[in-house]
Design a protein around this ligand. Sequence first.
Ligand SMILES: *[C@@H]1O[C@H](CO)[C@@H](O)[C@H](O)[C@H]1NC(C)=O
Ligand SMILES: *[C@@H]1O[C@H](CO)[C@@H](O)[C@H](O)[C@H]1NC(C)=O
Length: 187
Amino acid sequence: MSSHLKNTVTITFYLILSSSIFYQSNGVFYEEVSEAISMKRMEKTTHFHFFFHDIHSGKNPSAIKIAGTQDSSLFGDTYMMDNALTEGQNVSSKMVGKAQGMYAFAAKNEAALLMVVNYEFSYGEFNGSSISVLGRNPVFSDVREMPIVGGSGRFRYASGYALAHTVYFDPKTSDAIVEYNLYVKHY
Ligand SMILES: *[C@@H]1O[C@H](CO)[C@@H](O)[C@H](O)[C@H]1NC(C)=O
Ligand SMILES: *[C@@H]1O[C@H](CO)[C@@H](O)[C@H](O)[C@H]1NC(C)=O
C-alpha cells in the first residue's frame, strides 16, 4: 500500500470512528473522554517569568478604583486593571501580555487582596492563550503564592501556581512593579 493510500485509509477509519462516537454521544448528558486526551498529549510544566506594571498615576492609569468606601479603611476597595506584562523590569522592555482582572482589599486588619485575574499572552508560542489566577495576595509579604485555577487555548486544563514579588512600590501614587514566576501544568 502506498503511504498516501495508507493515510487515506487511516483518516477514513478515524472519521468513521469519531462520527460513531459523535452519534453515540448524541443526547447523552455526560460521558468519559479523558482517555482520548491523555493518550494524545503529555502533560508538561512551563515556567514563565515577567514583570507586572500596576500604574495608578498619570493621565492613563492601568488600574482604577471601581468600588469601596469613603472612609480611610482600605477594606472593600476594589480595582479593575489592564496591566502591562513585560519581559524585563523596565516598562519599555518587550511587552509579553496583559493582566486583566480585579483585585479587592479582602482583609480588615491587613493589606491582603483577593485577586481575580486573567494573564493573557500576546507574544511567542502562547500568543492568545490565557491563564486564570484566583488567590490571596498579602501585598507587603515578600513572596505571595496564588493558585492557577485554569486557562484557555494552550492552557486548557491548566493548573499550577504563581509567585509574586514586589520590586518597586511608590507609596505616594501606589504605582507598583511586581515580578512574577508562574509554574503552569498543561498539555
Ligand atoms: C527604561 O528604558 C528606557 C529606554 O531604553 C531608558 O531610557 C530608561 O532609563 C529605563 N528606565 C529604567 C528605570 O531603567
Ligand atoms: C499574536 O496574535 C495576534 C492575533 O492573532 C496577532 O495579530 C499578533 O501579530 C500576534 N503577535 C505576535 C507577536 O505573534
